[in-house]
Design a protein around this ligand. Structure first.
Ligand code: NAP
Length: 488
């Protein structure tokens, strides 16, 4: 059985302690590899490698950095099926989703930032006729990049690509639950000629390797994606050390369907937005709010579509719903289904684990896609992030009530709004407190736009120029042009 090593200074290394963690395949519930379990000493070794690589990498022309990142992107694309299968086995997601979305998007992340850096510009301000102020942007040094298990390669490259493109070096810590695509990425980087130490990947638990990375005094930039409680803990450590922080955290996103919406389209896209990746995407809509006039007709359309989603072995090409990521996560989701019943919810479909999926997956961690009605908007199931294939449906009477419901949680990541009324679309988009509002669509992404959350969903923005700015330090350089009173 393979043991996944760290990737430090361009080499594979075991953890200093020699300890490993089991890596489970969620679809079978069985251990299928091991991963090295790192701690503070390993993080420090990775930091030293990144620190030593920084002067050369930050001094490398942007065009050369770009070329190396493009080579890595090309290599992943060439090996797409291997990456997709690794991601599917690690996460339980359907291999067809990994092959169609996750891995191609990781390739896009690398290509986007590899080329964005070639067009990066800086500001210049002329102070009367006396001085020129220009903003010099320099890479910040060694960046710490912490990513979650739900979109492992996509979210890791979403951080690695801008950090490296801007001239930083990095220590990355993927989730211990899904280390496999990060391991393949390390191999790919070495083969593509990324200089040793520019990217270091350290595996291990959040409490061990993750906390050590956050606390390391030399790693002064931290970009984190994960749960809100973890984000708060990272902020508690990093803030007194004055680290630069970007936190991308949880969500409880509303889909708001007005009475004039295209019903068919709203129902079809709501199925995708609620259940893609078994509902384990931070941007999934988990609260469907529907105008009372359309509510019954919407459910007649929506619920059968959900019932028809094929739960199956993630490695089979026609599977639409795979396994959820771990036994603990499956049990958490089932706990919320129990709570929903206690809170007065009516299960319209799903609500349990499926009959045996197939022989290979008889011990896997699956949950049937579930729709729940009749819950109060302030009950726990409607307030807390479940992060699974579970959606609630709630009617509203008017626009104000819809906006109040949408804003009525601690989160503010994303929303999708369905209406044919352009004025209302603009009005509602402005009134919802969240980082992204989709109108009559979901998950359409343009990598140039700022991405992030409001309230307990995030601090800072990633994406496009925002990401390149995050990984650089601006310095104002003021040059006097004329002495006052001279030269006219
Ligand atoms: P998580 O438990 O917060 O873990 C995220 C990462 O942080 C993992 O690598 C984890 O390592 C590490 N970690 C855990 N404790 C740590 C600590 N004390 N110090 C430093 N690092 C630590 O989140 P998750 O369960 O993997 O992911 C699901 C969550 O991510 C959901 O809340 C989802 O909404 C959110 N998410 C947000 C976005 C966004 O863009 N806003 C995108 C995707 C997911 P281990 O896994 O090894 O413990």
């Amino acid at each position: 059985m393979r043991t996944i090593p760290n990737f430090i200074a361009g080499e594979e290394r075991e953890s200093l302690s020699g300890r490993t963690l089991d890596n489970y395949e969620p679809a079978t519930g069985e251990v299928y590899s091991r991963v090295t379990d790192s701690a503070a000493g390993d993080i420090h070794a990775a930091y030293l490698a990144a620190r030593d690589a920084f002067p050369d990498w930050s001094g490398t022309p942007a065009s050369d950095r770009s070329e190396t990142l493009l080579k890595i992107a090309d290599a992943i694309e060439k090996d797409l099926q291997r990456f997709a299968e690794a991601e599917s086995r690690d996460t339980g997601k359907p291999v067809r989703l990994a092959a169609a979305v996750d891995i191609p998007r990781a390739v896009s992340n690398l290509r986007f930032f590899a080329t964005a850096i070639l067009h990066a510009s800086s500001e210049l301000h002329t102070t009367d006729r006396e001085a020129l102020n220009f903003t010099l942007r320099r890479p910040r040094g060694v960046a710490g990049l912490i990513s979650p298990w739900n979109l492992p390669l996509y979210l890791l490259t979403w951080k690695i690509a801008p950090a490296l493109a801007a001239g930083n070096t990095a220590v990355a810590k993927p989730s211990e639950v899904t280390p496999m695509t990060a391991a393949l990425l390390g191999e790919t980087c070495a083969a593509a000629g990324l200089p040793p130490g520019v990217l270091n990947i350290v595996h291990g638990s959040g409490a061990g390797a993750g906390a050590a990375l956050t606390a390391h005094p030399g790693i002064t930039t931290i970009s984190f994606t994960g749960g809100t409680a973890t984000g708060a803990e990272i902020a508690r450590t990093a803030a007194p050390m004055f680290k630069k922080l970007a936190l991308e955290m949880g969500g409880k996103n509303p889909n708001i369907i007005f009475e004039d919406a295209d019903l068919e389209r709203a129902a079809e896209v709501s199925v995708q937005s609620s259940f893609s990746n078994q509902g384990q995407i931070c941007l999934c809509g988990s609260r469907v709010l529907v105008h009372r006039a359309l509510y019954d007709r919407f459910l007649q359309r929506f619920v059968p579509l959900v019932e028809n989603l094929k739960v199956g072995d993630p490695l089979e090409p026609d599977t639409v719903q795979g396994a959820v990521v771990s036994r603990a996560h499956r049990d958490k989701i089932l706990g919320y289904l129990k709570l929903a019943r206690e809170e007065g919810g009516r299960i319209l479909c799903g609500g349990s684990v499926p009959q045996q999926v197939n022989r290979r997956c008889r011990n896997g961690w699956f949950v049937r896609p579930t729709v729940i009605a009749d819950l109060a908007v302030d009950c726990r199931v409607n307030q807390e992030e479940i992060f699974g294939p579970v959606v609630t449906v709630t009617p509203f009477e008017n626009e104000n009530e819809a906006v109040d419901m949408a804003n009525g949680t601690r989160y503010g990541l994303a929303a999708s709004v369905w209406t044919r009324d352009l004025e209302r679309a603009h009005r509602v988009a402005e009134r919802i407190d969240c980082g992204t509002v989709w109108i009559n669509c979901w998950m359409l992404r343009d990598l140039r736009v700022p991405f992030g959350g409001m309230k307990d969903s995030g601090v800072g923005r990633e994406g496009g120029d925002e990401a390149l700015r995050f990984f650089t330090e601006p310095k104002n350089v003021c040059i006097r042009m004329n002495q006052p009173g001279r030269n006219g």
